[in-house]
Design a protein around this ligand. Sequence first.
Ligand SMILES: C[S@@+](CC[C@H](N)C(=O)[O-])C[C@H]1O[C@@H](n2cnc3c(N)ncnc32)[C@H](O)[C@@H]1O
Ligand SMILES: [Zn+2]
Length: 958
Amino acid sequence: MSENSPNEVSSDEQTEKELKPLKVENPLPVTAVGIESVKEGKPQTMSSHRRLYPWFAMRPTAATRLAVLSSVLPDDIATDRLLKWIGIGPNVNIEDIESYVIKKRQTEGDRDGSVEDHYGYEYCHRDTPPQSELNELQNEIKNHWNGELPTILDPTAGGGTIPLESARYGFPTISNELNPVAWLINKVILDYAPSVGGLSEELDTWTSEVEKRATEKLKEYFPEKRGVAPNHYFRTYSTDCPSCGGRLPLANQWWFNRKRGKAVRPVYNSDNMELDFECVDVPDDVPKSEFNPDEGTVDDGDATCPHCNVVTEREDITEIFQNGDFNYEVCAIRYTDEIGGEEYHAVPEQEKEALTRAEEVIENNLNYATLLQQERYIGRQDRAEPYGLTQWRDFFAPRQLLTHATYLDVVNSLKPQIRQQYDEKTAEALLVLLSMSTTRLLDRNTRLQPLNLDGGSPANLLGNNNFAFKWSFVETNPLAGTYSYAEEARKLKTHYQNVARQTAHVDESNVSIRQGDAAEMPFEQESVDAVVMDPPYGSNVMYAEMSDVLYVWLREYLSDVFPNTFTSQETDKHSEAVENTAIVEESEGKSKETVAREKYEGKMGSILSKSYDLLSRGGVITIYFTDRDTETWDALTMSLIKSGFVVTATHTITSEVPKRVAMQERASADSTLLLTCRKPLSDSDDDALPTLWSDIRKKTREAAKSKALELLESELNLTKTDIIISAFGPTLRVFTESYPVVDKHDEMVRPNRALEEARTAVVEIILERELDESLEGVDNLTRWYIACWLVHERENIPYDDANQLGHGVGVDINAVKTSTKIWSKSKDTLILRGQSYRVRDYSALEAGEKRRKRAYPVDPRESSFDHSIDAVHAALNIINTKGSDFTWNWLNERRLQEDTKFRQTIKSLLQVLPETHDDYESVVNLISGETGELLDIDISLISENDSSDNKRTTLEDF
Ligand SMILES: C[S@@+](CC[C@H](N)C(=O)[O-])C[C@H]1O[C@@H](n2cnc3c(N)ncnc32)[C@H](O)[C@@H]1O
Ligand SMILES: [Zn+2]
């Protein structure tokens, strides 16, 4: 409540009416929890419930436990106790566990033994505290919540991470999830695991039976070679060349295992224009000059015929696929033996016969011929439909379809026996687990299966969050090797049994699991005390679209087991809270994007107001923000405020990264913001007086700045994006405390404005602190360019981030795009351009080539430039093409040595450009030697982080 609240209440009344503060409303050990969350994030060390079955965006246990426990613990609980309950800290008594963890993190790289030994405790997800400690924890919590344990709800439970932890600590728990696939995972971990247990013998018996029966049916289609089973097949397509009629293969590359130099080489027969394949070692058997596996017959959708060299264009190729005028080819086989040895071979004759037989069965068996002959929903992540994949069965080459159909048949044939032999619940659990064990195969065996080029094996289908067509794909042998049924069943059993062990103490009657829209949760009003949720973020993951491939199969297995859940043909896209342009129409002059965003915002609004209704007075909601798109933050914050919630705390769980390591791969920030709100004890008066934006603008900046400074001054090695996101928390708090906010025209101000303000303030601080030279006075475009490099440390950056940075420094990046060519766009990514892209080459100009202004906006012959960055880029071109004497004159003629802005820009570029960037070396050349003397720029800046000298010596060593 603000200090000069208009409705003052007497102090007695106030105590009575005040919300009792919670631990989450106090400082939290976010650093230790961040470290722990990163630790458990590697696939080998991830919690078993996350590895049971494919699902998206499942969160680490440590962060989840922090969110759950701190939302219900009273504020005066010591932080060390909280960490112990989370499972962080060694078994011996130490004070200040967080500092201990930070020290351990800093020395992790020098350890001898395992990570667990080094830290002195297990990964936290493996255990919950012993019963005596659980009792202590529960007593503390009961005292706070009028003698009862609070009920915890997750409205969008996904793979169930939040409800699982809530149940493990013994809280009455409600898990709600729209998607039946995710709901099924919740069923397994929160219902079957605690109630029927690990089913160790039963699972062994029945998975072996599935394996035995399926092997009998399938083995003739996967012939072995001298007793060694095939593991993966390199597959592609071919068609008749529309021009010469020859057999035209349609692959865009020919590597099978690039790391080991194994490639498929097409062999063309000029007599009959036919096609065959051999398997070669590159460069051992064949030098790359003779055959380069990077070059397929297809490039950017166009195919070049190897017989007649005629190019068939993309439109014609897609038509060929749509008409089904193509053949499936199998080109090479990777065999693995039982001890992991591998060999790559061309395809033997018997393999081709087996494939033909598989095709025949698929065509002639009545069930198989119609299986999943079902039109597919084509969503915004779909890039396969243009190639004729319009029905679900089109996702599979004939033998892949036969594989999946056979497992389906086998499990269905076992149902009567299983139902007869076990009680209802156990039979249900077994049928679900068996269906999961077989449908796990789907993630590695489709026509869209990406080939892991460095392993000769399939990458997972759902990993990229899209359905992209693959010119070549991998098929797996379900009967042997990696990703065989036996392997998938073994993994499922291991992970399920781990979850069963971890939930053995959970009373499943304490847990409800509902499948349905969170906006319509049918629970009693005010029956929930805490909502902890990790909502869908805009268009980040299209859950329903992606999960359909699993759903349509699970439906074939389980519609008799769950007749009310697997009813619809596909998953529900319309109730889903995602920004989905595929299901909306443009309306009233609004673009699809705008309509989709409004629909998302509307749905999240309904989910949050439903949650508000279900919460008891004084109840708490803690919501994760993991996205980086501030538009989504804006939508969520707005929905929270509109529902009646009051923001009371924000925390950022950041994840440290070693400096500059793998920056290219870090497409998104890993930090998670927790935003906590309370449901007020009484309804607030809706007529709260609006605050003027100009009154709180400064406060917003201050809040962001002080958070950023705190982090910059800490020992933590955070990315700049993490720092910006961390500053959003305090900013949102200022904003919501002052809500509603209006501008001087009495127009409503949205949270976005505050976030933009925060970003600008933090970037200013970062620029100030990290650059030796102030950029004061330098033009905005140059400032923007340098800020982008400084914050992201790479040339490909998320478009939204760059756009926001532009707003911050007063550049409309779209307005400058064509005239400056300083950036270009590829999907949602913006690429920062260097001099070679922007400056017309000086030597070419000298040679009399006409300069096309649109192609190269910067002309190095000009005597002055619009922006400092243009002058610098021109200078870099000059030093590259004309050498230092010429450059000396060029600089002198333009009096650039006296231009402080020019020098400031050069110095800053030197600091922000990665050493691997083409322009970096040119900058170094410009400020060393004679031109360096002219410009008089402090060269020590180079030696500080320049390793190009070292690089040169290494090169000479060759
Ligand atoms: C970020 S994920 C949750 C991940 C989860 N915290 C975990 O660790 O597994 C968000 C989930 O919201 C679900 N969802 C989307 N719209 C929904 C709706 N209207 N009602 C309920 N759940 C919904 C999605 O299916 C998705 O599983
Ligand atoms: Zn041809």
